[in-house]
Write a protein that binds this ligand. Structure first.
Ligand SMILES: Cc1cc2nc3c(=O)[nH]c(=O)nc-3n(C[C@H](O)[C@H](O)[C@H](O)COP(=O)(O)OP(=O)(O)OC[C@H]3O[C@@H](n4cnc5c(N)ncnc54)[C@H](O)[C@@H]3O)c2cc1C
Length: 423
């Protein structure tokens, strides 16, 4: 066993949330010593120059607000090389006439958001953290044990076959929705099983998508097609098709042609003919919220804190806003020469972010319930929802704000560092 490296902050989990948060903390200018521990190997640092778009990657819709955060971090230029702007969101309800369009220009912006393949987003973020001298990356390394201490925590990790012990003043748990560390700490969760499965794939079709994202609510569940960059073969979109588990299993077993025929039937011909399909993946959908997000010396973030239904594309966008507010609070604590793991500071973070978290979780959850139901009053409500969305600028603005990630308290992150309460 080797030991006993000391860090101000240790982040466990180098997924999209862990790497983004490490980047934000590093950019704060507080000079913290940060450990980032990821179970899977990070890619070599020079691979971003050779990136070619994958046909079968999962994608993330970044809200306008998230794009601004990455811009301030100085990595948007690189991310943008393979980002597809969403000019319009087209929301419709299959079998009914109601429908509505959210147009970026109407909202006074260039794009409602951008779609990025997770491979590219993850690669740029992993590349960025490895270039920061204040971030010490342990990868591949798995945290086996987190032992809370009076000030911070002690971590025991398996790093390239060796057991390594680290000491940190704050442990940030970003180890995903299943979060073994959350379980080991005895933190309870509220779980709502949607009894739905999301089928993910990339599809190619014959017509141009013109930057339109489609959100179609069917009697089986919502179906989204998010515009992606063109390949040599043609126009592409990322499909997120939410279905009851048995139906999803059946659709997973179909051959590509039969699957595309089903998709064509449900979606129609707005994008012409569906011609090619990537490998499919299935994700069972639940709403998981941790009953405690903070303890002295410990904070949970990302999917470990809240795992949302992907219907409104909010999980990562919310985690990024959480990350900004957490960094903002830690910066204030640092200026007051207090320890980053102090419970009072972490409590302030939760107080500042709880409204945004509650609004976003409720918004996603209500959308799922409203649009997955055959219950007559809910159908009426969803009609009314569409009518008001189409007719009332305020309702449309509310929906747009949530999909663009500008609702809630806006983080005050600036290129020059963080504006804090005290500054
Ligand atoms: C189908 C689908 C579509 C989505 N679309 C969108 C979207 O369009 N927009 C959006 O904002 N959000 C979207 N989301 C949500 C988004 O994907 C998640 O919010 C995001 O992936 C959460 O990332 P994370 O880093 O918290 O967790 P994860 O991605 O699960 O990362 C956890 C990391 O921790 C590592 N790890 C685990 N245990 C240990 C350990 N003991 N030691 C070290 N490392 C460990 C793992 O290897 C992993 O890399 C979608 C989700 C789904 C399911």
């Amino acid at each position: 066993m080797t030991s006993n490296e000391q860090f101000d902050i240790a982040i466990i989990g180098g997924g999209m949330v862990g790497t983004s948060l490490a980047s934000l903390l590093s950019a704060s200018g507080c000079g913290w010593r940060i450990a980032l521990i990821e179970a899977n190997p990070f890619l070599a640092t020079d691979t971003t120059s050779n990136y070619t778009s994958h046909f079968d990657a999962r994608s993330t819709a970044l809200s306008h607000g998230s794009v601004e955060i990455f811009r301030e971090l100085g990595i948007w230029n690189q991310l943008q090389q393979h980002a597809t702007p969403i000019r319009q969101v087209h929301v419709s309800d299959r079998g009914h006439f109601a429908g509505s369009v959210i147009d970026a220009r109407e909202q006074g912006i260039d794009a409602v958001g951008h779609v990025l393949e997770n491979t590219w987003l993850g690669q740029v973020l992993a590349n960025h953290v490895q270039q920061q001298t204040d971030i010490h990356c342990y990868s591949p390394a798995r945290v086996q044990q987190l032992i809370p201490q009076q000030q911070g925590a002690r971590l025991r990790l398996d790093y390239q076959g060796i057991t390594v012990e680290l000491q940190c003043r704050l442990a940030i748990i970003a180890d995903g929705g299943d979060s073994p560390l959350r379980r080991a700490l005895g933190i309870e969760t509220d779980i709502k099983d949607y009894r739905q499965t999301a089928l993910i794939a990339n599809v190619e079709f014959s017509e141009s998508h013109r930057g339109v994202a489609y959100e179609r609510f069917t009697d089986q569940g919502p179906l989204a097609l998010l515009p992606l960059g063109e390949t040599e073969q043609g126009q592409r979109a990322a499909l997120v098709w939410t279905l009851p588990p048995a139906k999803a299993q059946h659709h997973m077993s179909l051959d590509d042609a039969a699957f595309l025929a089903q998709l064509q039937q449900v979606f129609g011909h707005r994008l012409g003919r569906f011609v090619r399909l990537s490998q499919r993946q299935a994700f069972p959908l639940q709403l998981i919220t941790a009953c405690e997000q903070i303890r002295s010396g410990v904070v949970l973030v990302g999917n470990a804190a809240h795992f949302l239904h992907p219907v409104a594309g909010q999980g990562f966008n919310l985690a990024l806003r959480d990350g900004v507010v957490l960094t903002e609070m830690l910066t204030e604590v640092h200026r007051l020469q207090k320890a980053p793991g102090e419970l009072a500071g972490l409590q302030t973070y939760i107080e500042r972010q709880q409204r945004d978290q509650a609004l976003t979780i409720t918004f996603s959850d209500r959308l799922v319930r409203l649009f997955s139901s055959d219950h007559l009053p809910l159908i009426a409500l969803r009609h009314l929802g569409f009518i008001s969305l189409a007719a009332l600028p305020i309702a449309k603005h509310y929906f747009a704000e949530h999909t663009m990630g500008t609702a809630g308290r806006s983080p005050r992150w600036r290129a020059s560092g963080f504006e804090t309460e005290s500054s």
